[in-house]
Ligand binder design. Structure first.
Ligand code: XUL
Ligand code: CO
Length: 437
């Protein structure tokens, strides 16, 4: 069997003092933290689109990525040639899961039927590669944003013909996800939004989107797919405004259209920051509705206002994320998918490995720090105490929904002037630093 990355060893845990950059310093897959192994907690996944298909171009320049295995054609054979490269990458990285869009694994054909036939051939090859290597599909998705036919939306297009094409694509992608044992299926609506309201019937588009998602749920039932459906929020890019703009907007939409029981959220850090939120905020909102499903683990750049999809390297961010993942009791169907790409300057295949080693190590550190924070319980204790004034009869009746304004009015008249305790933000930030450093 030929090796596509001959100079890269299988990446193993060698501890914090490892001398090689091709080693984990913190991610020790079999080490038990808070009752489970790191492998079980973190459920790392790699995205086919960034690892295999991202040539590292930007709006001002061509791709730089060195990909000797890829003839740059859109042929089915080239699509099949990429598969062993990707699975060698997963095995050497010790990453158990992967994710795909239908169109990054297989090419568009001359007709819709030919497109589906190409897809079936690639899915056959993926099924074989999964069996041979033990790698698993975290989630699949359909690309309803790249082809010009989707320029005005997939499930929110004004064209019934395009809507039907999108439905046919999702039907196939769902069936393939099911066949490959995928644990979830994601909808990211890159073109499900608008560029101007002058030509847009927003309510009608949202109704169409909801109908589309209901048909996906019905089709899953029909074929016996029991995986988790996700919506991935993002406020804009490529559309000027995307309907699934953030956690709160998605939850409102799902509730309004009776879809909440079928969907959870797949949250991406750089999308949270584009929405003007922190990732913790987006996660807390999802957790509040028991709708936190999976994570696209990347980070943005403070100096650039778009979706830079950088590899996660921030220990604070990884710690915050892992605190909330542990608080929800861990992932079930979800995981940490590195929806991240190398910088255009990092064109060498070995950079793929440096990037993922860094991401996995930072989440291993985040996990260990988060476990210690939760075990000590000092933040939880502080927050619990902060609201303890409500732990009396009157407060309990507010929380139970049995209080009224007259009772509160009477109580308020008996108080001289409410006294506030300090919120102690700086003290808590210092405490967090003590855990991290
Ligand atoms: C785009 C993005 C997508 C989704 C899947 O910003 O994050 O790759 O993760 O369609
Ligand atoms: Co994503």
């Amino acid at each position: 069997m030929s090796e596509y990355f001959p100079n890269i060893p299988k990446i193993k845990y060698e501890g914090p003092n490892a001398s090689s950059p091709f080693a984990f310093r913190h991610y020790n897959p079999d080490e038990v933290v808070a009752g489970k192994t790191m492998r079980e907690h973190l459920r790392f996944a790699a995205p086919y689109w960034h690892v295999m298909r991202n040539e590292l171009s930007d709006p001002f320049g061509a791709g730089t990525a060195v990909m000797p295995w890829d003839d740059k054609s859109d042929s089915l054979q080239n699509a099949l040639n990429r598969i062993p490269v990707f699975f060698e990458f997963l095995e050497k990285m010790d990453i158990d899961y992967y994710c795909w869009h239908d169109r990054d694994i297989s090419p568009e054909g001359a007709t819709l039927q030919e497109t589906h036939d190409n897809f079936d051939a690639v899915v056959d090859a993926l099924e074989k590669a999964q069996k041979e290597t033990g790698r698993k599909l975290l989630w699949g998705t359909a690309c309803l944003f790249a082809h010009p036919r989707y320029a005005q939306g997939g499930a929110t297009t004004p064209s019934l013909d395009v809507y039907s094409y999108a439905a046919s694509q999702v039907k196939k992608a769902l069936e393939a996800t099911h066949r490959l044992g995928g644990e979830g299926y994601t909808f990211w609506g890159g073109r499900e939004g608008y560029s101007t309201l002058l030509n847009t019937d927003m309510k009608r588009e949202l109704d169409h989107l909801a109908a589309f998602l209901h048909m996906a749920v019905d089709h899953a039932k029909k074929i016996g797919f029991k995986g988790q459906f996700y919506i991935e929020p993002k406020p804009r890019e490529p559309s000027t405004h995307q309907y699934d703009s953030d956690s709160a907007a998605c939850l409102n939409f799902l509730r309004e259209y009776d879809l909440l029981e079928h969907f959870k959220l797949n949250l991406e850090t750089n999308h949270a920051t584009l929405a003007g939120h922190t990732m913790q905020h987006e996660m807390e909102v999802a957790l509040g509705s028991d709708a936190l499903g999976s994570i696209d683990a990347n980070q943005g750049d403070e100096l650039i206002g778009w979706d830079t999809d950088q590899f996660p390297t921030d220990i604070y961010l990884a710690t915050h994320i892992m605190v909330l993942v542990l608080k929800m009791g861990g992932f079930t169907t979800g995981g940490l998918n590195f929806d991240a790409k190398r910088r255009r300057e990092s064109h060498d295949p070995s950079d793929l490995f440096h990037a993922h080693v860094g991401g996995m190590d930072v989440f291993a550190r985040g996990l260990k720090i988060a476990a210690k924070i939760l075990e000590d319980g000092r933040f939880d204790e502080f927050v619990g105490n902060r609201y303890s004034s409500f732990n009396v009869e009157l407060g309990k009746s507010i929380e139970a929904g049995t209080c009224d304004f007259d009772k509160l009015h009477e109580y308020a008249l008996g108080i001289d002037s409410p006294l506030l305790e300090s919120g102690r933000q700086e003290m808590l930030e210092n405490l967090l630093n003590d855990y991290i450093v």
